[in-house]
Design a protein around this ligand. Sequence first.
Ligand SMILES: C[S+](C)CC[C@H](N)C(=O)O
Ligand SMILES: N[C@@H](CCS)C(=O)O
Ligand SMILES: [Zn+2]
Length: 341
Amino acid sequence: MGTSDVNVNSSSSLVKDFLHKCGGVAVIDGGFATELERHGADLNDPLWSAKCLLTDPHLVRAVHLDYLEAGADIILSSSYQATIQGFKAKGYSIEESESLLKRSVEIACEARDVYYNRCCETSADQSTDGKVLKQRPILVAASVGSYGAYLADGSEYSGEYGDAVDLNFLKDFHRRRVQLLANSGADLIAFETVPNKLEAQAFVELLKEEDIKTPAWLSFNSKDGVNVVSGDSLSECAAIGESCEKVLAVGINCTPPRFILDLILSIKQVTTKPILIYPNSGESYDGIRKEWSNTGVTDEDFVPYVNKWCEAGASLVGGCCRTTPNTIRAIHKSLSGKRTV
Ligand SMILES: C[S+](C)CC[C@H](N)C(=O)O
Ligand SMILES: N[C@@H](CCS)C(=O)O
Ligand SMILES: [Zn+2]
């Protein structure tokens, strides 16, 4: 057995072991880019949330910390739309771009360190203003958004890349970023808002070809509750995750809450891996104007479904775009009876 086999075996139970320590269900953080915006960041930029790595790394750290204090057990780095190609288009060198990518994970790890220090400093009888300050296992996941995210026009909600974009193109597009993020100190890689089957295939092939030691999750988005946004079959997409030993969980993110239950039931047919769910608020996004239209959906609409989703098979639950630390606090509270620790 080579060293790579040893490493894969030792990380192959990371999510299941983590879930066990969390009492069966883990809380994922909430919308990251939209939370930066709520704090005043202007993300009308091709880099979207990754712009803050350049302009306001302190805010990036503060938002991670807010999610930890709201009860998130897993935080995702600010690298969703951070790509070497995107930074290069802004005039950054390859070295600078690579260092920004690594920085995104370092900042998340720093937030975790600050959080643990706060937990130590807070005695049990101190008031914590509703903050969850509890020493517990916390994972940092390196976010990898799709090629559509890099296009910066909301294409991750269509998954239509045109005929020129084939499997090799997507693998080459993502290769260096995945290598870097895998060696950045993150506990896992979060391939998220994956809009089509081709890109899912590219991600799992990259994990194998590049002998990536950091395990991953694979999370798709849907706009009809049946298929992924491109129209590709969710079952076929989830089965790609199931086929790869380095993918430790499969699920759905950035999808309206009303579709989630059916999507869990569909994924459950094809996977034995933990299922993760982190829906958006249910509002619509205009990818050109980079604006959300508020359809009146609120945190209160979302949270009551969380226990049903867990009963249906989800074991990692959080929020995506336009959810906030309040959403995560409410999810944490709502799951507290379900957790066995
Ligand atoms: C999941 S969508 C809201 C992401 C935003 C998009 N990549 C953009 O740049 O507008
Ligand atoms: N983790 C990213 C996903 C965007 S769909 C974010 O929350 O900004
Ligand atoms: Zn989202």
